[in-house]
Design a protein around this ligand. Structure first.
Ligand code: SAM
Ligand code: SF4
Length: 242
């Protein structure tokens, strides 16, 4: 099924926000989320707004033009937000933001700093798949002002990773975490529990492996079987939209 906009009034072309959205602006923490909607492969459980090159097809606006498009969105936001306070947190989420060149993420961060200002102790995070980052890439992010990376580990058990359609090897997570730490970045890892076929012993193995990496943070998500995904089709016999 093609994606569709939700019911409601169309978004104003100039980015105008309703008064309620601006209430208290300047008194509350100010965070900017930059969504990067690209993945090399779509995992069968995932219904996030993300596209593979195959899904986009030739000629579609893709990751090569994304930074310029996102910078235009920053201009819209700068035009409608009162210049009240610098940004406290920036989060590059996806999709897989680390499919973009490091210069694109750093350029967008610079664009945020130039337009809004960035708090001196701002937390700047990017999500990353373990097999989408290299030591040089992480160093470039850290030099450009990124402070934290959130790595999609999901499991330490090969058959669980296979069921989740993950492209990375379990050993690659430790390599990615070590490289991020060496680059001076804070590290968080994501885990998923409740995958079909995962035993309690499997889950314990993943937890033990995550703790052994000594990350600064662990997020553990219960697997949600989202309607329209390949996982839902496999679990219930229905057709998958994506
Ligand atoms: C949108 S992903 C982005 C991170 C990166 N693309 C990756 O997968 O490694 C953020 C996290 O959401 C979680 N997630 C995505 N779909 C989920 C689902 N259906 N149930 C539970 N967790 C999910 C995964 O743990 C994933 O690491
Ligand atoms: S879980 Fe991450 S890598 Fe997998 S499709 Fe979703 S956003 Fe992409």
């Amino acid at each position: 099924m093609p994606s569709a906009l939700p019911d409601g009034e169309p978004a104003p072309a100039d980015g105008t926000l309703p008064a309620a959205a601006l209430e208290g602006f300047g008194e509350r923490p100010f965070g900017i989320y930059v969504h990067v909607p690209y993945c090399s492969v779509r995992c069968g459980y995932c219904d996030f707004n993300t596209y593979t090159a195959r899904e986009l097809g030739p000629g579609a606006g893709g990751s090569d033009t994304y930074a310029a498009t996102a910078a235009a969105e920053l201009d819209l936001a700068a035009g409608v937000l009162p210049a009240a306070r610098p940004v406290d947190t920036v989060f590059f989420g996806g999709g897989t933001p680390t499919l973009l060149p490091a210069t694109d993420l750093v350029g967008l961060l610079t664009g945020i700093r130039d337009r809004f200002g960035l708090a001196v102790d701002a937390e700047v995070t990017t999500e990353a798949n373990p097999d989408s980052i290299t030591p040089a890439y992480l160093e470039a992010l850290a030099e450009g002002g990124v402070t934290r990376v959130s790595i999609g580990m999901q499991s330490a058990v090969p058959h669980v990773l296979r069921t989740l359609d993950r492209t990375h090897d379990p050993a690659g997570v430790a390599v990615a975490v070590a490289a991020a730490t060496a680059a001076g970045l804070q590290v968080s890892v994501d885990l998923i529990y409740g995958t079909p076929g995962e035993s309690l012993a499997d889950w314990r193995r993943s937890l033990d492996a995550a703790v052994a990496l000594a990350p600064d943070h662990v997020s553990a998500y219960a697997l949600v079987v989202e309607d329209g995904t390949r996982l839902a089709a496999r679990a219930g016999g229905g057709a998958a939209d994506r």
